[in-house]
Design a protein around this ligand. Structure first.
Ligand code: PGA
Length: 250
């Protein structure tokens, strides 16, 4: 089954209007050259509306970096799925390892967030991935399997089909140490098998790789059969790098 490649940029806590404007222009032009691919940008909350206006008519989709599972209420500092919809988002990143590590997100929270995103018509990009000590102990597939089941169990086939999974080994994020295409492919194939066990039409679900993706390693990654796209951090803030990633060649 043909899955539409998805190239997503996660800006993390970077970006003010002055720098975002030129970057969004560059992303717009790069995306125009590759209409067979989907391009997604995840700026911080404060730039969502601004980015939405800049990207109007470009086909580039807008993502938030997180959400809370309640629709509204006394939850100071949180942002809900209906608010993200109104701000123009169609995607939302859920369970990024930085949220798990610095803000105490648990597998259970990730599951609730995924459910809330889908209930409101947002596509969740669900992040999973092992830490270095887990990989070295040979526990990568156990950890990834547990995270996937916690995030996705109970979803019906339709909901699973709308979900995107991002495999992001923690030891590769922001370290310059990218997983080899073969290392990533091994885990992606396992993710697809697990999605099928969870009741999903696994061949239709997109699985992204994330962790030190750059202009000079994108082509090799995208050649792997189960890598359907990438979630890019640092390199998504540099217009030329991200444009080259969007225009990868296999
Ligand atoms: P990086 O981040 O590309 O800077 O390694 C990836 C991510 O956290 O999604």
């Amino acid at each position: 089954m043909k899955r539409r490649p998805l190239l997503a940029g996660n800006w993390k806590m970077h970006g003010l209007r002055a720098s975002a404007g030129p970057l969004l222009d560059a992303i717009r032009s790069a995306a125009r050259e590759v209409p067979d691919r989907e391009v997604v940008v995840a700026p911080p909350f404060t730039l969502l509306e601004f980015a939405g206006r800049q990207l109007l008519g470009s086909g580039v989709a807008l993502a938030a970096q997180d959400l809370f599972w309640e629709d509204e209420g006394a939850f100071t500092g949180e942002v809900s799925a209906p608010m993200l919809r109104e701000a123009g988002c169609t995607y939302v990143i859920v369970g990024h390892s930085e949220r798990r590590r610095y803000f105490g997100e648990t597998d259970e929270w990730v599951g609730r967030k995924v459910e809330a995103a889908l209930r409101h018509g947002l596509v969740p990009i669900v992040c999973v991935g092992e830490r270095l000590e887990e990989r070295e102990a040979g526990r990568t597939l156990d950890v990834v399997g547990r995270q996937l089941r916690a995030a996705l169990q109970g979803l019906d086939r339709d909901a699973l089909a709308r979900t995107v999974v991002a495999y992001e080994p923690v030891w590769a994020i922001g370290t310059g140490r990218v997983a080899t295409p073969a290392q990533a492919q091994e885990v992606h194939a396992f993710v697809r098998k697990t999605l099928s066990e969870l009741g999903g039409l696994a061949e239709a679900i997109r699985i992204l790789y994330g962790g030190s993706v750059k202009a000079d390693n994108i082509d090799g990654l995208m050649r792997e059969p189960d890598i359907d796209g990438v979630l890019v951090g640092g390199a998504s803030l540099k217009a030329d790098e991200f444009a080259r990633i969007v225009r990868y060649r296999v």
